[in-house]
Design a protein around this ligand. Sequence first.
Ligand SMILES: NC(=O)c1ccc[n+]([C@@H]2O[C@H](COP(=O)([O-])OP(=O)(O)OC[C@H]3O[C@@H](n4cnc5c(N)ncnc54)[C@H](OP(=O)(O)O)[C@@H]3O)[C@@H](O)[C@H]2O)c1
Length: 253
Amino acid sequence: MTKQLHDKVAIVTGASNGIGRAIAETFAAEGARTVLVARRAELLDEVAAGIETNGGTALPVPADLTQEEQIIALFDRAVKIYGRVDVLINNAGISTHKNTEDITLQYWLDALAINITAPFLCAREAIRVMKAQTPQGGRIINIGSVSQKTPRMDSLPYTVCKHGLQGMTHQLTMDGRKYGVVSSIIHPGATLSSFTTRRGRAKAGAGATPDDYVMAGEDVAKVAVLMAALPPEVNLYEGTILPNNMRSFIGRG
Ligand SMILES: NC(=O)c1ccc[n+]([C@@H]2O[C@H](COP(=O)([O-])OP(=O)(O)OC[C@H]3O[C@@H](n4cnc5c(N)ncnc54)[C@H](OP(=O)(O)O)[C@@H]3O)[C@@H](O)[C@H]2O)c1
């Protein structure tokens, strides 16, 4: 049976850990030729080796996505090696935890640099490639957060960036139509990653209380595959995926 993403070229940012790693591995298992991006080269090599061992294709490209020239070089490399880009997964990001009155300008700018400016620059480079290639077009899948729906306490820069990504998804979808470029957004709830290991959760599944369930990155990756595998004329625009028991999100009482 043909794999769902057979031969598609997919750039996954933040592929060294967490959700991005799971998306890269799942995309490769579905036949995509993956480009793995993050700062930690040794982790990217490890992820790439695992993908190759399982018969997949992976190109590790270490880059700091807060640096415009590194983003431009990354897309140049992807096109040089694979000839095109079909999917961009804008996943790399950092969380923020600070009382609003204590947020310095630098803290704010650092969060925006990776959480909103990097997705914009990656999207811009992706559109340039997708517009020029034959067949034309592609998909840009942004990783938002349930914080775009219900913010966590004391995380203003993060919440603002995730709202910004929602707007970016809408705008990219509208502006990309003329080139067959389409955009979607996934809003995950609690998912195993450095976000959760910092809070003491090292395994996906149930926690100490019923509402402490943490999803696996692979759960989110399945939604990304579904979006990326749709025919080009169809878009699953937005998906919120969360643990069924994530009580603090779905309701009160
Ligand atoms: N986990 C959750 O519960 C959850 C819920 C909702 C949304 N999300 C979103 O999911 C996305 C992935 O986060 P995660 O939970 O998987 O966290 P994670 O385990 O910390 O992964 C973040 C990834 O981003 C990369 N990254 C960070 N700064 C970078 C930079 N300057 N340049 C290049 N890469 C950079 C990291 O790689 P390096 O450190 O190697 O650079 C890492 O691969 C984020 O956008 C996050 O907001 C997560």
